[in-house]
Design a protein around this ligand. Structure first.
Ligand code: DGL
Length: 265
């Protein structure tokens, strides 16, 4: 039994999709969540800035007694997973590998789509992993830079003409290419599962990268004895975070996020 907490971080609210899966799979675990709401989005930024922010996020979390950290952010996982792994003496789990592994088990026609932030797509991390693991796969990647701001503003519902228009614009090439598996390579995107699923059609399997990271984490270390408690921290506007967190967690809870000056780490 290992009662140390699991640290989880993202640029904002998106990483809560991983926390939701952790709550389902590992209800006895203590979780410390950090969302960098003062500096979201990360996906439009350059590599050096993403690395700097990720190091500060980890430094904040490492003040707590942790058994592992989940990078519930594809942008950081794509750019800085190896670096953070080398710099830390606890397991650091990212999203790219578990999402790819799931996609490989699901695809029937070998055509896999990957959508993510501009930085994630630019990094080539998904292509590297998938081509190395299975050279016969055909990959189609598409950056979707408007998704994160729309999701952070709660524009996620079916029937919302703004999000439906943007989804159609970004995903039309992937639909035309005939992908049968689509990796949601950003932890904000599972909130758009309904709209994306409607557009792509019922024969396309959507892969939730944050949930896959949580699935992997649940197999990696000794469980805690419970009862699990989750504490939330953000770098700006805790009230705004509290209001939208229920949408991501799909449960109404008293989040009570604490405010952190992340630039001091
Ligand atoms: N949710 C994040 C990801 O998985 C980051 C989104 C952003 O900050 O641009 O990539």
């Amino acid at each position: 039994m290992d009662n140390r907490a699991i640290g989880v971080f993202d640029s904002g609210l998106g990483g809560l999709t991983a926390v939701r899966r952790l709550h389902a799979l590992m209800p006895d675990e203590d979780i410390i969540y950090f969302g960098d709401t003062g500096r979201v989005p990360y996906g439009t930024r350059g590599r050096d800035t993403i690395i700097k922010y990720a190091r500060q996020d980890v430094a904040f979390l490492r003040q707590f007694d942790l058994k592992a950290i989940i990078i519930a952010c594809n942008t950081v996982s794509s750019v800085a997973l190896d670096l953070l792994g080398h710099e830390n003496d606890i397991p650091i789990i990212g999203t790219v590998e578990p999402a790819c592994r799931r996609a490989m088990t699901m695809t029937q026609n070998g055509k896999v789509g990957v959508i993510g932030t501009a930085a994630t797509v630019r990094s080539g991390a998904y292509e590297r992993y998938l081509h190395h693991a299975d050279g016969s796969l055909t990959l189609y990647t598409q950056p979707c830079p408007l998704f994160v701001p729309l999701v952070e503003n709660g524009r996620v519902q079916r029937g919302d003409v703004v999000i439906e228009t943007v989804v159609a614009e970004y995903l039309a090439p992937l639909k035309e290419a005939g992908v049968d598996t689509l990796i949601l390579g950003c932890t904000h995107y599972p909130l758009l599962e309904g709209v994306i699923g409607d557009f792509m059609g019922p024969d396309v399997t959507l892969i939730d990268s944050g949930a896959e990271a949580a699935n992997l984490a649940s197999t990696q270390f000794d469980p805690a004895g419970g009862p699990g408690k989750t504490r939330y921290f953000v770098s700006d506007d805790p009230d705004g975070f509290d209001q939208l967190a229920g949408l991501f967690l799909q449960e109404q809870i008293d989040v009570g996020a604490g405010l952190v000056d992340i630039s001091s780490y």
